[in-house]
Design a protein around this ligand. Structure first.
Ligand SMILES: [Zn+2]
Length: 454
C-alpha cells in the first residue's frame, strides 16, 4: 500500500518548480533517465502480471506486490535485464538507482490504486489496471528521494545525484531563502519534460507563517466557472466579481486554431510539418501558463478575502458535457471543465492556508437552471439569457448560477436536486479486460457532500 509523507505539526508539503537549462550532456542523461524509469516500470508491471497469472492458474499463494520486495527483486535481476542487445553491455550503472526505484514505485502504486478503486476505497472515476508505458505516450519524468538535492547559494543552480549541478532558467530565490533560513527541507525532486522544457519540481516540507485570517470573515460567496467568462463570484443576493478570460489567452487560442489548420495542410513527417508542430507545442505551453497564472491569482484572492467559498461539486461539469454539444462550443466547455477542476483543487489547499472555508455543492445541484428568485427549475439549454417560466424574471446564466451556489452554503440545497445518476456512464477502463466495473459512484446526498475544510 503506498504510504504518504505526513509533515510535522505546523508544516505543510509544497512543491516549487523551476525550468532547467541543462548542458547537452546533461540533457542526454536526462532523456536516458526518462527511458530507464519507463523500463523499470514496465519490468515491475510484467512481474506483477506474471504473479497474478500464476495465482489465477494454480491458486498458489503469492505475496501482495510491495515496493520493497519488488525493488529487491529488481536489484537481483538487473544484471540480466539491463543488457544492450547489440553490444551486450550492462547499462544500468549509467543510471541513478533512484530512477529505477521510482519506476518500480510507480508500478506498485498504480497497482494499489487499481485495487483500492475496485474495492471502493477511493472516490471518483474507476482506476484501470496499470498499462505498459511507451515513449511519447507517457509523461517523461523521474524522481529523486535521497542523495544530493541542493539549491546552490548563487540561486541559479540545482544539484542532483549523478546529473551534477544544473543551471536553472529562473532565479531560485523564493525557495533558496526558505531553505537557508531553516524554514524548509527538501523531500524529493521530480524532473519532467513539459513541451520543450525540462522542469524540476522541488517538494519541500515548509513551515508557513501564521496567517492573520481572511479580510471579510462573514462573507459567503458562490463561484461559477463559465463558458463565456472564466468565473463569476456572487453573494447570496448579487454578483460582486467577474473574471473575464484574459485577452492574451483569447488571442493565443485563435492563433492556436490557425496553426492547427496549417498543420493539417502539411505532409506529416516533412520539415514544414515539424516546424508547425513545434510552434503548436510552444503555444500550448504559453496558453497553459497564462491560464494557470490567472487562476492562481484568482483563487488566492478568494481564499484571502471570503469566510466561505462555495464551488460546483465534483462531476457536475462532466455530467453536463454528455448532452453532446457540437464543435467549438463543446471544446470551450472542456476548457471551463478543466478550469473548474483546477480552481477547486487550488481552493482545497489555499482556503485552509488563509483561514477560509471551502464548500463543495452537491454534484447534482442544478445551479444554472434554478431561478434564484422563486426556486423554479427549468431546462435552459445553452442560452446565456433566459426567463423564468414561473415568475418571469430574466437571468444571466453565470450570474444566476453563482448566486445559487452562494445560497447553497446556508440552505443546504435550493430547489429539488435532480438525480442524473442513470446517465452517468463509465468507460471501460481496465486494461486487464477482466475487471470492468459497471456504473459510477453512488450519488451523494446534500448532507454528506458539504465538505468543509477546517
Ligand atoms: Zn423564477
Amino acid at each position: 500500500m503506498p504510504r504518504r509523507y505526513c509533515p510535522p505539526e505546523g508544516q505543510i508539503v509544497q512543491a516549487f518548480t523551476f525550468a532547467l537549462d541543462p548542458t547537452v550532456e546533461q540533457a542526454a542523461h536526462i532523456a536516458r533517465f526518462f527511458g530507464a524509469r519507463r523500463f523499470a516500470f514496465n519490468w515491475t508491471l510484467e512481474r506483477i502480471k506474471c504473479d497474478l497469472e500464476r495465482y489465477r492458474e494454480t491458486g498458489e499463494s503469492r505475496p501482495a506486490p510491495s515496493f520493497y520486495a519488488l525493488r529487491k527483486r529488481w536489484n537481483g535481476e538487473k544484471n540480466a535485464v539491463c543488457v544492450n542487445d547489440t553490444t551486450g553491455e550492462v547499462w544500468w550503472p549509467e543510471v541513478s538507482k533512484e530512477v529505477f526505484a521510482d519506476g518500480v514505485k510507480g508500478a506498485t502504486d498504480a497497482y494499489w490504486r487499481w485495487q483500492q478503486s475496485r474495492s471502493g476505497q477511493i472516490a471518483g472515476r474507476p482506476v484501470g489496471f496499470p498499462r505498459f508505458k511507451k515513449r511519447g505516450k507517457d509523461r517523461d519524468r523521474f524522481s529523486f528521494t535521497t542523495g544530493v538535492m541542493r539549491l546552490e547559494p548563487d540561486r541559479r543552480h540545482l544539484s542532483l545525484p549523478v546529473l551534477g549541478t544544473l543551471r536553472t532558467l529562473e532565479n531560485t530565490r523564493r525557495l533558496e531563502r526558505l531553505i537557508s533560513l531553516g524554514r524548509a527541507k527538501v523531500l524529493s525532486v521530480t524532473v519532467s519534460r513539459q513541451g520543450e522544457h525540462i522542469i524540476a519540481a522541488v517538494r519541500v516540507s515548509v513551515a508557513r507563517p501564521q496567517q492573520s485570517g481572511v479580510a471579510q470573515p462573514g462573507s459567503v460567496v458562490g463561484v461559477d466557472v463559465g463558458v463565456r467568462r472564466l468565473a463569476t463570484v456572487a453573494t447570496a443576493s448579487e454578483v460582486i466579481d467577474e473574471l473575464a478570460n484574459p485577452h492574451a489567452l483569447e488571442r493565443r487560442l485563435s492563433e492556436l486554431r490557425r496553426l492547427q489548420r496549417q498543420r493539417c495542410r502539411r505532409t506529416p513527417g516533412s520539415r514544414q510539418y515539424r516546424e508547425t508542430a513545434t510552434k503548436i507545442t510552444r503555444l500550448h505551453a504559453e496558453v497553459a501558463h497564462l491560464r494557470r497564472h490567472t487562476i492562481h491569482v484568482f483563487t488566492t484572492h478568494l481564499a484571502k478575502t471570503h469566510g466561505v467559498v462555495v464551488v460546483e461539486g465534483l462531476d457536475a461539469a462532466s455530467l453536463l458535457q454528455q448532452t453532446g454539444l457540437p464543435g467549438a462550443k463543446s471544446r470551450r466547455r472542456d476548457l471551463s471543465d478543466a478550469a473548474m477542476g483546477e480552481i477547486r483543487r487550488q481552493l482545497r489547499y489555499k482556503c485552509p492556508w488563509y483561514g477560509s472555508t471551502l464548500v463543495e455543492a452537491d454534484r447534482f445541484f442544478p445551479s444554472s437552471k434554478t431561478c434564484h428568485d422563486c426556486g423554479h427549475v427549468q431546462d435552459i439549454g445553452w442560452s446565456e439569457h433566459w426567463t423564468c417560466e414561473e415568475c418571469s424574471s430574466s437571468h444571466q446564466r453565470d450570474d444566476n448560477a453563482a448566486i445559487n451556489l452562494a445560497r447553497w452554503a446556508s440552505l443546504g440545497s435550493v430547489g429539488a436536486p435532480v438525480k442524473r445518476g442513470a446517465e452517468h456512464q463509465t468507460e471501460p477502463h481496465s486494461a486487464a479486460g477482466d475487471d470492468t466495473r459497471k456504473g459510477g459512484p453512488a450519488p451523494v446526498g446534500p448532507n454528506n457532500s458539504v465538505r468543509s475544510a477546517a
